[in-house]
Design a protein around this ligand. Structure first.
Ligand code: FE2
Ligand code: FE2
Length: 150
């Protein structure tokens, strides 16, 4: 039941706006998985999968541009969770409805842990190495994030 109240909070902010904005969208789509409406579960999961593919690709690109040292490990976490989402989607369609509830319960825990560890390290690395970023818009955003009071 606590699941229904899960949502964005400052606790999830990494003070890096482009990443926080993407994470707010993830949280919204992920929280929507706990809606009690089995008929629309797969459509809600599809929306999260589409978001996650773009979200993870963006981070993977930032890691490539900045030569982020633990990129392999971070990328693996993205690939693994996407695989879980796709596997749950397949099995829910085959009738394993209980997996929908389990995914809705476990994904917020996965995300909080991922933000605290992998994404946190990447955000800090990017903030301290803005010169490594090829994307000017992102570099500007990093500078803006750095000049903001914590
Ligand atoms: Fe992320
Ligand atoms: Fe990530």
């Amino acid at each position: 039941m606590e699941q229904n109240s899960w949502g964005w909070s400052d606790r999830l902010s990494l003070s890096f706006e482009p990443m926080d904005d993407t994470h707010k969208e993830f949280v919204e789509l992920c929280a929507a998985l706990s809606e009690d409406n089995p008929a629309t579960f797969v459509a809600r999961l599809d929306a999260l999968i589409v978001h996650s593919i773009a979200h993870f690709e963006q981070e993977n690109q930032w890691m490539a541009e900045t030569a982020f040292p633990p990129a392999g490990c971070h990328r693996q976490e993205h690939d693994a969770v996407l695989e879980v989402m796709q596997e749950v989607r397949r099995r829910v369609e085959l009738g394993e409805a209980d997996l929908a509830t389990r995914l809705a319960e476990e994904l917020p825990l996965w995300f909080e842990h991922h933000v605290d560890t992998m994404d946190n390290m990447l955000a800090r690395f990017m903030a301290s190495n803005p010169e490594k970023l090829a994307d000017v818009a992102v570099t500007t955003a990093v500078n803006a994030a750095q000049s903001q009071p914590a």
